[in-house]
Design a protein around this ligand. Structure first.
Ligand code: MG
Length: 306
């Protein structure tokens, strides 16, 4: 299979990244981050989450974010929803795309959303129907597609069955998450081949965590199998809740650097993205989690475009 010529990146930093921050992040900082990411050319930016504000206090201002962002015409601003109430609040705040999330493993499903994998599909059915009826785009996330922190290795076929069931709810795309970042390239290949038996590759996105430094290798393996959508987080925002201090989401800058080197178009301005990554790392007083971003910012300006 030949590699794609263009890739769509889904920036998850403002949601998946910031939701793990212990200290509250000011609304103005979140808005500026979203605006800067859109200006850098990211076509899809996940901006918030309408789940329980008690469970995820960092996302309690998601409705305000949806109301206050200056929307760019060609940028999608999806938000997470888990209940009908959350969906209604998201719609009232102006959401045009929502994402639902399930797990491929029973242990993670029980601990993350308090129900079995089968029950999660049943619970989402009315929610998905209502979102589609309201004219929203519906995206899906499937966690623990390779290894579950509670159950251990997940069979590719089990992940594929859940992937098919999520797509049957009406998702236009399903993001497959290696939640604890332990997957290596051959496992990723087996997963993609198994899922591709049931849903088109064009509807699959990959969501890698760089906990074990495997994300870029796994993205290359995915590209070679025809995957064209990847989730990533600017500056690698977002820790790994299962390993204190460990890296979470793959950094968007690192992915763009890889793709540029392969001659694959993303529409993203890498120097601008790298500057945004350093800016948000400074705002949060944390280390910039992007190796490429950090390296580019140390270079002379003439060297910034590889
Ligand atoms: Mg993540």
């Amino acid at each position: 299979m030949t590699r794609p010529q263009t890739v769509r990146l889904v920036e998850v930093g403002p949601r998946d990244g910031l939701q793990n921050e212990a200290k509250p992040v000011p609304l103005a900082t979140k808005l500026e981050l979203i605006h800067r990411l859109a200006a850098a050319g990211l076509p899809s930016i996940e901006v918030g989450s309408f789940v329980s504000a008690r469970r995820v206090p960092q996302m309690a201002d998601s409705a305000e974010i949806l109301r206050l962002i200056h929307r760019q015409p060609n940028v999608a601003y999806p938000v997470l929803v888990a209940t009908m109430q959350g969906l209604e609040a998201a719609i009232a705040a102006g959401a045009r795309e929502v994402a639902i999330f399930a797990a491929a493993s029973e242990g993670f499903s029980q601990r993350n959303i308090n129900c079995s994998t089968s029950e999660s599909i049943d619970r989402y059915r009315p929610l998905a129907g209502a979102a589609l009826a309201a004219g929203l785009k519906l995206r899906g996330y499937l966690s623990t597609v390779i290894v579950c922190p509670y159950d251990g290795p997940v069979a590719p076929e089990s992940a594929a069955i859940m992937a098919e069931r999520m797509m049957a709810l009406g998702c236009y795309e399903l993001s497959l998450g290696d939640t604890i970042g332990v997957g290596t390239a051959d496992k990723v290949r087996r997963l993609i081949e198994a899922v591709a038996e049931r849903i088109p590759r064009q509807q699959m996105a990959m969501h890698f965590h760089d906990t074990y430094g495997q994300a870029i290798a796994n993205i290359l393996a995915s590209l070679d199998l025809g995957i064209t959508v990847f989730d990533a987080s600017v500056a690698g925002l977002g820790g790994c809740p299962f390993a204190a201090g460990a890296t979470g989401n793959v950094a968007t800058e690192d992915v763009v650097y890889l793709l540029q080197g392969l001659g694959i178009q993303t529409g993203v301005n890498l120097p601008e993205l790298a500057a945004t990554g350093q800016w948000i790392a400074d705002q949060l007083q944390r280390t910039n989690g992007s190796r490429a971003g950090t390296a580019l910012l140390r270079c002379q300006p003439t060297q910034l475009t590889p």
